[in-house]
Design a protein around this ligand. Structure first.
Ligand SMILES: Cc1ncc(C[n+]2csc(CCOP(=O)(O)OP(=O)(O)O)c2C)c(N)n1
Ligand SMILES: [Mg+2]
Length: 331
């Protein structure tokens, strides 16, 4: 896919290191979650975002705390990049009381309104209209907030995608649609499930501003997101960013991936967003030791979180309906 080249070729080293730390935190969190799941420590299902770290980091780095995001079943990275607490996120995956939603939501429905995370969604496309609602609220309160919906190529075939693009464009909402086009919805390639695999072309007739971006180049993502956020804050309406990215793992942990060749998997790893930005930083003059130190700090942070979470009490079954229905209306 032809993507817009980055227009941010230079970046302050401090900011560049922050981007690296954020991406590496997602990488480490996801790798660890995968190992824990394989070892039977995590209940339910998890979907990892390995290979997509630059999208979460680049977009969320263009946002403020008061901006909101909605995400998908593959949302751990978005939550971490938006400021979600790593230990609470891990506890949520474990189904522990100390989880961000007290272990009741798990991987696919975690949310944290204190940092603008509207929530992950197990329903494909489900987060898009929530983000549109949040964008409408932002427009009405006039404080310059923007709202982001992360979603996959699989959500584009859902009616709610076009309904949301239509309304957001019509009402000039401060909204950013971020499509993570990783080429697959579950086991189905985009060539099989989309009439046009260029998602910007599917959205363009609505009159929405669109941009195709190399989603594995964190600077390109940050630059495009910064432009989209500025448009939203200026009251110029929504933008759709199509991120060309790579899903390294199977759809879910345990997916044997019989539908992909070894060559395809290898080619994706050649586009590793974390390694690419590590090289970029070294070219900017950062020494390897500083990057190794960040990696060691992050590894220790994740390991410490797992140790604490392992000791936590499980989510309380007798309180499952608390906070679900208003007091006095419980089933
Ligand atoms: C409305 C709905 N239909 C089908 C499913 C089953 N399902 C779960 S994930 C998924 C594919 C999602 O693909 P995509 O949106 O591209 O996200 P990705 O997994 O690639 O990140 C499907 C079909 C669902 N959860 N919700
Ligand atoms: Mg996909």
């Amino acid at each position: 896919m032809t993507t817009t080249p980055t227009t941010a070729p230079t970046i302050a080293v401090d900011q560049g290191l922050k981007l690296y730390r954020s991406m590496f935190r997602i990488r480490r969190f996801e790798t660890t979650a995968g190992e824990l799941f394989a070892g039977g420590r995590l209940p339910g299902f998890i979907h990892l975002s390995l290979g997509q770290e630059a999208v979460a980091t680049g977009v969320c780095s263009a946002l403020d705390d008061h901006d909101t995001v909605s995400t998908t079943h593959r949302g751990h990275g978005h939550c971490l990049a938006k400021g979600g607490d790593l230990q609470q996120m891990m506890a949520e995956l474990y189904g522990k009381e100390g989880g961000v939603t007290r272990g009741r939501a798990g991987s696919m429905h975690a949310s944290d309104s204190s940092v603008g995370i509207l929530g992950a969604n197990g329903i494909v496309g489900g987060g898009i209209p929530m983000a549109v609602g949040s964008a409408l609220a932002a427009q009405l309160d006039g404080k310059g907030r923007v709202s982001v919906a992360f979603f996959g190529d699989g959500a584009v075939g859902e009616g709610v995608f076009t309904e949301s693009v239509n309304l957001a464009t019509l009402w000039k909402l401060p909204m950013i649609f971020v499509c993570e086009n990783n080429g697959y919805a579950e086991l189905t390639p985009t060539t099989v499930h989309l009439a046009n695999t260029r998602i910007i072309e599917l959205a363009r007739p609505y009159g929405i501003a669109v941009e195709a971006v190399d989603g594995n180049d964190v600077l390109a993502v940050l630059a495009a997101a910064t432009r989209a956020v500025a448009r939203g804050r200026r009251g110029e309406g929504p933008t759709l960013l199509e991120m060309d990215t790579t899903r390294w793992q199977g759809h879910f942990e345990g997916d044997p991936q019989r539908y992909r060749s070894k060559e395809e998997l290898r080619a994706m790893i050649d586009r590793d967003p974390v390694a690419t930005w590590r090289t970029g930083l070294i070219e900017l003059g950062v020494n390897e030791e500083s990057l190794d130190a960040i990696e060691a700090e992050v590894a220790a942070e994740v390991q410490a979180a797992v140790q604490v979470v392992e000791q936590m009490a499980p989510s309380r079954a007798d309180e499952l309906l608390r906070d679900v229905y208003p007091e006095g209306n419980r089933a």
